[in-house]
Design a protein around this ligand. Structure first.
Ligand code: GLU
Length: 497
């Protein structure tokens, strides 16, 4: 591989960091790291009306949080910006687009178009009525100097349109192999600079990719239809055309297209739900790529070693949340104790603030619980699903307390007997292996199935049917709380008759 491989992620700060952008950034990063190239980040902020500083922060912070680092651009190594091709933000590069536009105009590769929005709208309707796809009809393509002067004299400032040549534009895509698109399908000559002087995406992306010496453009398949326009612009500007690689679309589990409205697409939402960076990076890497083996749990360093762009698949990649949760569980198991506790604390604190639990556990409490919860967490936030009953009151619900094969009276009787057996233990013998045998003996003596008795106790002290092993739960609750919760349940059952 030549040493001057340069790739980029070019997010538009018009929304929060999207999982598709994170995946594209990751693939660019992995490709660059694998071949020893350079990865840069450029902010495409020319859509001034929709771009915000908050979205910009969300994107940069999200990528940093994932551990995806870039070598040039805003936010490198905590700096405002770093890199030899600065600025890496399009609104600070307007001069370069203006200069490139002048060149295209001088070469007659682009021309001024004075069509009014009303004219363009009428054209669009006409084509629609004739069942033709939208395309510019070339009204201004061949104006004489006099005709142009007349329009300028009316005070009209023209947009700049790029002349689309006839024929086929093709490229050897690193993922999709040979792609050829007839320029007749591009919608005619397209606007590259609006009448008010704002340059548009197709134009700025090409000027910048050339200026920043981008050698490989790796981006989503949704850009395939843009690429011929970009290639024409690279050629018209006399620039070398980069290599293109279009990554497969990310689909819903049912194969439909993901939409921001229907699917959860913001990386921040996954972070807020307690997915780890390790699992997200691991999962994103496998959205369209695989090492070709059975391995599925891979850290970033391993991915950097193993990633190969030519192993990227063509077909859409289904986003399967269950699989992501499974992978997250795998990563939670691999985290060191202190690390895991530090990551859990914000979630228990948030749950307390939201009233999901009544008090937030302290660090040592969580550390002591790790053997009980670690294998049961699919997300960091699920800590309160697993053991939230430790930090909130349990209100006994007589109907829910009764196991399937029991009635209310038997349940009250069983819980009372269990309470006596447990009450005989002092805090010194309040250990899981001390508590279990007497309760098993009790069930046997009364002819009850141990499972029924244990379920009644579990419901009484936790309020939920699925918990970590019962006797560990009793130990975590402690003697006082266990006994008082049993008393409350017995009371509720008796009061209900
Ligand atoms: N700003 C564009 C986007 O966010 C960049 C696309 C490209 O990689 O060329 O979709």
């Amino acid at each position: 591989m030549p040493p001057d491989i340069r790739v980029r992620i070019a997010p538009s700060p018009t929304g929060p960091l999207h999982i598709g952008t994170a995946r594209t950034a990751l693939f660019n990063y992995l490709f660059a790291r694998h071949v020893g190239g350079t990865f840069l980040l450029r902010l495409e902020d020319t859509d001034v009306a929709r771009s915000t500083a908050a979205f910009e922060r969300d994107i940069l912070d999200g990528l940093h949080w994932l551990g995806i680092t870039w070598d040039e651009g805003p936010g490198v190594a905590g700096l405002e910006e770093a890199g030899p091709y600065a600025p890496y933000r399009q609104m600070l590069r307007l001069d370069s687009y203006a200069a490139a536009a002048e060149r295209l105009l001088a070469d007659d590769a682009a021309y001024r178009c004075y069509c009014t929005p009303e004219q363009l709208e009428a054209d669009r309707r006409e084509r629609e009525a004739a069942k033709l796809p939208p395309a510019y009809n070339g009204r201004c393509a061949n104006l004489t100097p006099d005709e142009r002067a007349a329009r300028e004299a009316e005070g009209r400032s023209g947009a700049l349109r790029f002349r689309v040549r006839k024929g086929v534009v093709g490229w050897n895509d690193m993922v999709r192999d040979r792609v050829e698109i007839d320029t007749a399908n591009l919608g005619g000559d397209f606007v590259i600079v609006r009448a008010d002087g704002t340059p548009l995406y197709h134009f700025t992306v090409v000027v910048d990719d050339a200026a920043m010496r981008v050698s490989h453009v790796i981006r989503g398949e949704d850009h395939v239809s843009n690429t011929p326009k970009h290639i024409l612009l690279f050629e018209a500007l006399g620039y070398e055309v980069p290599v293109f690689a279009h990554l497969p679309l990310i689909l819903n589990p049912d194969g439909s297209k993901m939409s921001k409205r229907k699917s959860q697409t913001a990386v921040a939402d996954y972070i807020a739900q307690g997915f780890t960076r390790e699992a997200l990076v691991n999962y994103f890497a496998f959205l369209g790529w695989s090492p070709g083996t059975e391995e599925d749990v891979m850290d970033l360093a391993t991915l950097e070693q193993r990633f190969e762009l030519d192993k990227v698949q063509k077909g859409g990649a289904r986003f399967d949340r269950e699989r992501l949760e499974w992978l997250n569980g795998q990563w939670i198991r691999r985290l060191g104790d202190d690390d895991l506790v530090a990551r859990l604390l914000p979630f228990t604190e948030a749950a307390a603030a939201a009233g999901v639990i009544e008090r937030a556990p302290v660090e040592d409490e969580l550390t002591a619980l790790l053997p009980l919860v670690r294998e049961r967490l699919s997300t960091l936030a699920s800590i309160t699903d697993v053991v939230g009953f430790l930090w909130r009151d349990v209100r006994p619900d007589p109907a829910a307390l009764v196991p399937k094969r029991w009635d209310r009276a038997t349940t009250a009787e069983g819980l009372a007997a269990a309470r006596d057996a447990l009450g005989a233990h002092d805090p010194v013998t309040w250990e899981a292996d001390e508590l279990e045998p007497p309760l098993r003996a009790l069930a046997e003596a009364r002819g009850w199935k141990a499972g029924d008795l244990f379920m009644a106790i579990r419901m009484a002290v936790t309020g939920q049917a699925a918990t970590p092993p019962l006797f560990d739960v009793l130990v975590a609750l402690g003697r006082e709380r266990t006994l008082s919760r049993l008393d409350a349940a017995i009371g509720a059952l008796r009061a209900a008759g």
